[in-house]
Design a protein around this ligand. Structure first.
Ligand code: SF4
Length: 367
């Protein structure tokens, strides 16, 4: 088997970690190249025009995996109110039309998540023992958690570092080192080492950076190519970023704590209740609740990332201006027409606006 998958943030690192431990002779994991304009062009060319950006990007990435010889593809599927339920079917059909004979294996991310992932792992690893499968899964998740912990520190350092780009450079090295680590102990040590390195970066100790929360649809929030590296660009403008959505958090709650009755979004849904009291698909309900949360926590602004034509985020975007929480929201629509220069101009204007409000003492008023 030559197994391929679409890119999604650092998920490839987890898949590589599992493959290195469980790969059988003759099997190989095909890691598609990092997303580029070529990936997007492929996705746009072979997707329905009205499809959302995550659909187009993941299709482009799957085509790149097929071009490298993948004959089995892993893709997420789900049930619910948005288009995610159609992803795998539509993409599989398109790949057949393009004469790729790849077989699709899907992971249901709406129900039976943990069991579904375990079964999939057993199928592709030719019935390795449950012990081997579960331990390699936790090793892989450990790598994602480590990277999320380091990235949280990167978000703080980028805003105040004296030499712009230093924290991003360290983060890139951390990704490579953690990717290459072969033991959990090594991952832990590397995490500590890189956090210490980040904390030693020379900083402007007088700076009081503006703080912005990133909310929106999970794929465009987590995949840097989809959001044109918005977090790095905000860091260059001296803005500290915070975001709740991370892959390791999703794994922690969706695969484990939900089974114990712990709902990761209970608090956020409660906060959204005055404006929206039910799930509208995707991450729309959470986007509204997080606006309230960030306003209460004294943030200076919010950036709302929404794929063009994404119904849940369109609903959220329309609710946001009428909430009583007084916090500026910059809505960024992500699609193939987006231009980085246009986004940078909007980020600069937004920075001026929230900076002005901070100076006037208007930010962080408790509501
Ligand atoms: S939440 Fe929006 S962008 Fe994501 S799959 Fe659903 S419709 Fe597409």
């Amino acid at each position: 088997m030559r197994i391929g998958f679409p890119h999604f943030g650092n998920v490839y690192i987890a898949l590589k970690a599992v493959a290195r431990r469980l790969e059988s002779p003759g099997d190989v994991l095909i890691t598609p190249p990092p997303m580029t304009q070529h990936t997007l062009d492929l996705g746009v060319k072979y997707s329905p025009a009205e499809a959302c950006l995550p659909y187009k990007l993941t299709l482009g990435s799957l085509i790149e995996a097929c071009e490298l010889g993948a004959d089995v593809l892993i893709q997420a599927r789900g049930t619910g109110i948005c288009r995610l339920g159609y992803y795998a079917k539509g993409q599989e059909q398109m790949l057949r039309d393009l004469n790729y004979a790849a077989h699709f294996l899907t992971v249901d991310i709406s129900h039976h998540k943990f069991i579904g992932i375990m079964r999939l792992m057993r199928d592709v690893t030719h019935n390795r023992t449950w012990h081997e499968i579960i331990s390699s899964f936790f090793f892989a998740i450990g790598k994602l958690s480590a990277l999320d912990r380091i990235e949280k520190v990167v978000h703080k350092i980028r805003a105040v570092e004296l030499e712009k780009g230093t924290a991003s450079r360290i983060y890139r090295k951390a990704i490579t080192s953690i990717d290459e680590a072969t033991k959990s102990k090594e991952v832990k040590e590397l995490t500590k080492e890189y956090i210490e390195k980040l904390n030693r970066v020379p900083k402007d100790i007088t700076a009081e950076p503006l703080k912005v929360g990133i909310v929106g649809e999970i794929y465009v929030v987590i995949e840097p190519f989809a959001n044109m590296d918005i977090e790095i660009e905000l860091g260059k403008l001296g803005i500290e970023v915070e975001r709740t959505l991370t892959i390791s958090r999703w794994v922690k709650y969706s695969l484990f704590l939900n089974y114990l009755g712990l709902d990761e979004w209970r608090k956020v849904h409660k906060l959204a209740h005055a404006y929206l009291d039910h799930d509208i698909g995707g991450d729309g309900w959470e986007s509204v609740g997080e606006k309230v949360l960030y306003a209460r926590n004294g943030f200076d602004g919010i950036i709302h990332l929404a794929p063009f034509t994404c119904m849940p985020e369109i609903v959220a975007e329309n609710i946001m201006p009428s909430t009583k929480e007084d916090i500026p929201v910059l809505a960024v629509t992500c699609d193939e027409q987006q231009s980085k220069q246009g986004m940078l101009t909007r980020l600069e204007a937004f920075t001026d606006l929230i900076g002005f409000r901070r100076r006037r003492g208007e930010h962080g008023r408790r509501v």
